[in-house]
Design a protein around this ligand. Structure first.
Ligand SMILES: CC(C)(COP(=O)(O)OP(=O)(O)OC[C@H]1O[C@@H](n2cnc3c(N)ncnc32)[C@H](O)[C@@H]1OP(=O)(O)O)[C@@H](O)C(=O)NCCC(=O)NCCS
Length: 376
């Protein structure tokens, strides 16, 4: 018996992250603890190196990651030559692959080389997102501030100017929340590619492709377009009723609510409530409380009528919108964070590898004979 979408299948072991119906832990630390008491740089170090860093280790790590934010010139030139309408996620997928051509250790799967590549990719994904914003949104190129958090630097590079102190903290926090989530679709893709003993850049490029879809990382962008479509909080109920009417009339073409539902968290996603609170704090600074009002109303209806909770992408949408980030950059932010989780899983896969090759249940025609072409 097959399981559609591999639901409920335990496809391997991991010590990187643990997801249960009610909790999320990175290497044993709960997401609430990390969100409150750590920075993204510490979390990235934890995922890639296995333990929380000491002060000196963190400082050296940050220096290495920031040094890699200087992208190779040929990569910048290739980005400048890309069509301006290229979706940022497609750009990142191509850039991850291109970076492999210029990484001196690209073809080495030695553990230490893979750590170094992971750290480089972390800096490079952030730098590429910032540089793309420069190319597309005409914002000035910003160099990372050595004293700022990774999140504040990413925000500054995307906006071409420093964000508020609170916005920088919230951005850094969202990177913590997005960093790791065990065998989600993109991580599993990365592990599958790594399991063939292909290189890290191939695995990360594949993972970016998997993350792009609206059922996975692309949901944060889709959720924001949904809020814009609703328009104002007073429209929520009618909008929801119209959607329900559409779904009743066209069961073959059901429209999902973006930012809701999860394969594992059927009783709510802890990350979503943390991020909703941060977005609420932001709204006091931006004066854009209507997004939270709208989101809360829709969340209430969805719970009452379908018993489905929001996931992280739901509050990420209104938090990023309030920071002034263009919507097509929301999923790239996810990449800038999740690249740490992917690389940790890729390294774990290499360290105890067996090629990932499931089997399928055949449901096609029974055995038959080829009829010569002139007789068909
Ligand atoms: C995340 C997601 C892909 C999980 O898929 P899944 O595990 O296969 O979902 P399930 O099969 O458990 O869903 C159970 C039921 O809830 C419904 N459902 C799940 N998410 C829904 C949503 N966002 N809107 C409306 N209905 C939803 C399904 O249609 C299904 O209904 P049915 O039994 O009548 O067919 C899915 O919830 C979804 O597409 N969400 C919207 C996209 C999104 O926000 N993705 C981000 C994920 S973090």
């Amino acid at each position: 018996m097959s399981s559609k979408g591999l639901a409920g299948i335990v496809a391997g072991q991991t010590s990187v992250g643990e997801v249960t119906q009610t909790s999320l832990r990175y290497r044993g630390y709960s997401i609430g603890d990390l969100a409150e008491n750590a920075t993204f740089d510490e979390v990235a170090y934890l995922l890639l190196h296995g333990e929380m860093p000491k002060k000196g280790e963190l400082a050296e790590f940050r220096t290495r990651v920031q040094a890699s934010m200087e992208l190779p010139d040929p990569v910048c030139n290739a980005m400048a030559a890309m069509p301006k309408e290229t979706p940022p996620m497609d750009m990142l997928r191509s850039v991850a692959s291109l970076l492999g051509h210029y990484d001196p250790e690209a073809q080495s799967n030695e553990p230490k080389a893979n750590i170094r590549k992971s750290e480089r990719l972390l800096g490079q994904m952030t730098a590429a997102t910032g540089f793309w914003s420069h190319l597309i949104n005409n914002v000035p190129i910003m160099k990372p501030d050595p004293s700022a958090s990774h999140g504040a630097n990413l925000l500054m590079m995307m906006l071409g100017k420093r964000g508020s102190e609170l916005a920088g903290r919230v951005m850094d926090g969202t990177l913590i929340l997005y960093a790791e989530h065990e065998f989600n679709a993109s991580t599993f893709t990365a592990r599958t590619i790594a399991s063939t003993l292909a290189d890290m850049h191939s695995a990360v490029s594949g993972a970016i492709g998997a993350l792009k879809g609206p059922l996975h990382g692309g949901a944060n962008e889709a959720a924001m377009y949904q809020f814009l479509d609703i328009g104002k909080p007073e429209n929520v109920e009618k909008w929801f009723n119209d959607l329900e009417a559409h779904n009743a009339a066209h069961p073959e073409n059901k429209r999902l609510l973006m930012g809701f539902g999860h394969r594992v968290y059927k009783n709510g996603d802890h990350r979503a409530s943390i991020l909703r609170d941060w977005s609420l704090q932001l709204s006091k600074e931006t004066g854009q409380g209507h997004w939270i009002d709208m989101a809360d109303r829709l969340q209430k209806l969805m719970l009452e009528r379908k018993n489905i909770h929001p996931n992280t992408d739901y509050p990420a949408a209104h938090a990023y919108y309030q920071m002034g980030i263009p919507i097509p950059f929301y999923t790239p932010i996810f990449v800038c964070s999740r690249v740490t989780g992917w690389c940790a899983h890729i390294m774990e896969q290499y360290s105890d590898n067996r090629i990932i090759r499931p089997t399928s249940e055949y449901v096609g025609p029974p055995e038959r004979k080829v009829v010569p072409i002139e007789k068909r």
